[in-house]
Design a protein around this ligand. Structure first.
Ligand code: UTP
Length: 476
């Protein structure tokens, strides 16, 4: 079809959906700009567009909560009964076997836009370690490499980007020589995107020849893993379990034998780690059980009365918060995609730079003006036949960098990294100088090449020299 024919047929479709403004600037575009715009418009799934706009943009019904639900049970961070102790021991052994056999792969979702942090570039390139200023990507890469050495396998790392940061991310890895990993053992793929809308359901233009789009949420990873060939690659390499984590959490324990082992022993398809919420209204999802399925109910959807509800011992009924750490079976992702699945959309009202469709002027909004639609990975939990939850200790595994300042800021994350390093040294019987308020009077950074978990430090404790007040010590 030549370009005029394409134009005519696209215009007709757009008219049917009341979106013909997307071609308002056709006359001022050159040939390549016209092709670019038509390609983008032709990629829109028009069959579901009207329903999507109605249901999620114009008349959002909000989340439909299950009729009845209760708090989901979780394995405690430390086993309590003898039976549990035995199970944890067996799970750790099984987890180590599966990791050593190369059955577990690392998977980071790094397609987000990191708007709250306001960092110029992919968030994985943000420097965070307290002494060496290692970036998030470097910390994960070194952890992956160290795990390979520790367990004796060739680790593979899947990195999901978005079309908006894919090229930049590839450039960062190339410039850093893949942080010492083999290039062929890192599989990069971009997630999908969703177009952005005005409040009245009109698709926004980012430029006269370009639709405004944003990544389709971390839930998009379940489709992108399949579409990109990552799942097929996993099959070829004999990988069965996907260790899913976020790009913003440098404390992540990527290859955790206990988590892998419990997940595998219980025959789960998608499992999660949780932490005790810091308070009833903490802004994290709540692990619930509805119809026998694990389900995450967002903090904003849980009635305050339920969020505040206490057990007779005074602890919260809904106490387990979701921290976006999952173990996912490769076969689960495969099966979801083979039979076709859809996660619900969540609407986010955001500042979206766009083109005024009458004047063609660029609008740089200073307050939210548009709507992004995203899917969330935890919405796939109820699709799993079996799903377990393992509680973990926040200070050991969860210190996300979200905001430039205040809670979840780089300053807090760095302090948590130091505190964890100090706690590992303590466990190994090493004295760490303290200030009067009992905070550490030193800065410690532990390289993954030195230790990737508490027990590793004990094994090399003899290499650590005495620590003096005010010391800055990098252990590698
Ligand atoms: P966040 O929910 O923190 O979103 O992502 P964000 O886009 O990074 O940051 P803000 O909200 O704009 O400040 C949690 C994790 O999910 C990934 C992020 O990269 C991060 O690891 N993510 C999020 C994606 O990979 N794709 C998305 O579309 C959204």
């Amino acid at each position: 079809m030549d370009i005029q024919q394409r134009y005519k047929s696209v215009l007709q479709v757009l008219k049917n959906y009341n979106q013909q403004h997307l071609l308002n600037f056709w006359d001022v575009l050159d040939n390549s700009e016209r092709v670019k715009l038509l390609n983008q418009i032709e990629d829109i799934e028009f069959s579901s567009l009207a329903q999507k706009i109605d249901r999620y943009v114009i008349n959002p019904v909000g989340t439909i909560l299950p009729k009845s639900f209760s708090a989901a049970p979780a394995y405690p961070a430390k086993p309590k009964t003898d039976e549990q102790k035995k199970k944890y021991h067996e799970a750790i052994e099984l987890g180590k076997e599966l990791i050593s056999a190369g059955k577990v792969a690392a998977f980071v979702v790094a397609g987000g836009q990191g708007t709250r942090l306001g960092f110029d570039g992919p968030k994985g390139d943000f420097p965070i370690s307290p002494i060496e200023n290692k970036t998030l990507f470097r910390i994960f890469a070194e952890t992956v490499k160290a795990a390979g050495k520790k367990y004796g396998f060739e680790p593979v790392w899947y990195v999901m980007t978005s079309p908006l940061n894919h090229g930049q991310t590839l450039g960062i890895f190339a410039r850093n020589d893949y942080y010492g990993l083999k290039k062929e053992d890192i599989f990069f793929f971009p997630q999908g995107t969703e177009v952005n809308y005005s409040a009245d359901g009109k698709i926004l233009l980012a430029e006269k020849d370009e639709l405004a789009v944003s990544p389709d949420g971390h839930g998009g990873s379940l489709k992108a893993l399949y579409k990109s060939g990552a799942v097929a690659d996993m099959k070829d390499r004999g990988i069965e379990y996907i260790s899913y984590f976020q790009v913003d959490n440098p404390l992540i324990n990527i290859f955790d034998p206990l988590f892998v082992g419990l997940h595998a022993m219980d025959g789960a398809q998608m499992s999660s780690k949780s932490v005790f919420k810091s308070g009833p209204l903490e802004k994290v999802g709540n692990f619930c059980l509805a119809d026998g399925k694990v389900t995450v109910i967002e903090y904003s959807d849980l009635a305050e009365e339920l969020a505040q509800k206490k057990k007779p011992d005074g602890s919260l009924v809904f106490s387990m918060g979701s921290i976006a750490i999952h173990m996912i079976n490769r076969s689960f992702v495969d099966a979801l995609n083979n039979k076709g699945f859809a996660l619900p959309y969540h609407k986010a009202v955001k500042k979206i730079p766009c083109i005024d469709i009458q004047s063609g002027r660029k609008i740089e909004p200073d307050s939210p003006n548009g709507i992004k639609l995203e899917t969330f990975v935890f919405d796939a939990l109820p699709l799993a036949e079996k799903s377990i939850i393992l509680e973990t200790i926040r200070s050991e595994e969860f210190a996300p960098v979200k905001n430039a300042e205040g809670a979840d800021s780089p300053a807090v994350t760095k302090q948590m990294m130091i505190a964890l390093a100090v706690s590992w040294l303590h466990s190994a019987g090493i004295e760490v100088p303290k200030k009067a308020d009992s905070s550490p009077d030193c800065i410690i950074e532990i390289a993954p090449s030195f230790a990737i978990c508490r027990e590793d430090v004990t094994a090399v404790r003899d290499k650590i020299l005495p620590i003096k007040p005010g010391d800055m010590i990098y252990l590698e």
